[in-house]
Design a protein around this ligand. Structure first.
Ligand code: 5GP
Ligand code: ZN
Length: 113
């Protein structure tokens, strides 16, 4: 999608601090970090959110989480990190291109707001 900021980052049309990219997924640092480590892992293909995923996306969804785990190791936050997918405006989704937040580097409270 030409007007989607994450599609533009995936295609290197908008700047981002990209930490990982392959044929399926891209990971980059969040512009407004909510923790010392705050990385977004996104599918390269535009998927608006969890409401749009189906059985054909099973491997892709798994890959988002495997890449998140690898980045958590690389960022040395394996003592404790959180993976978050906000789905829908009421859950705080503001960018409608599916993404997994990887948050760590500080104590994280529970329950989330
Ligand atoms: P959401 O609220 O949809 O779950 O998360 C969207 C995230 O994307 C937010 O944490 C926000 O800071 C981040 N974000 C929004 N626009 C940009 C951008 O242009 N570049 C980067 N790197 N992050 C962005
Ligand atoms: Zn997109």
């Amino acid at each position: 999608m030409s007007n989607c900021i994450f599609c533009r980052i995936v295609r290197s049309e908008s700047p981002a601090n990209i930490l990982y990219q392959d044929e399926d997924v891209t990971a980059f640092r969040d512009l407004h970090p909510q923790a010392p480590v705050h990385i977004l892992i996104v599918p390269n293909r535009h998927i608006a959110g969890m409401a749009q995923v189906g059985p054909e996306d099973t491997a892709l969804l798994g890959k988002l989480f495997v890449v998140a785990r690898q980045l958590a190791e690389r960022e040395k936050i394996v003592d404790g990190y959180r993976l978050v997918v906000n789905n829908g405006p009421q859950a705080g989704q503001t960018v409608f291109h599916l993404h997994v937040h990887l948050l760590g580097g500080r104590a994280l409270s529970w329950p989330p707001g």
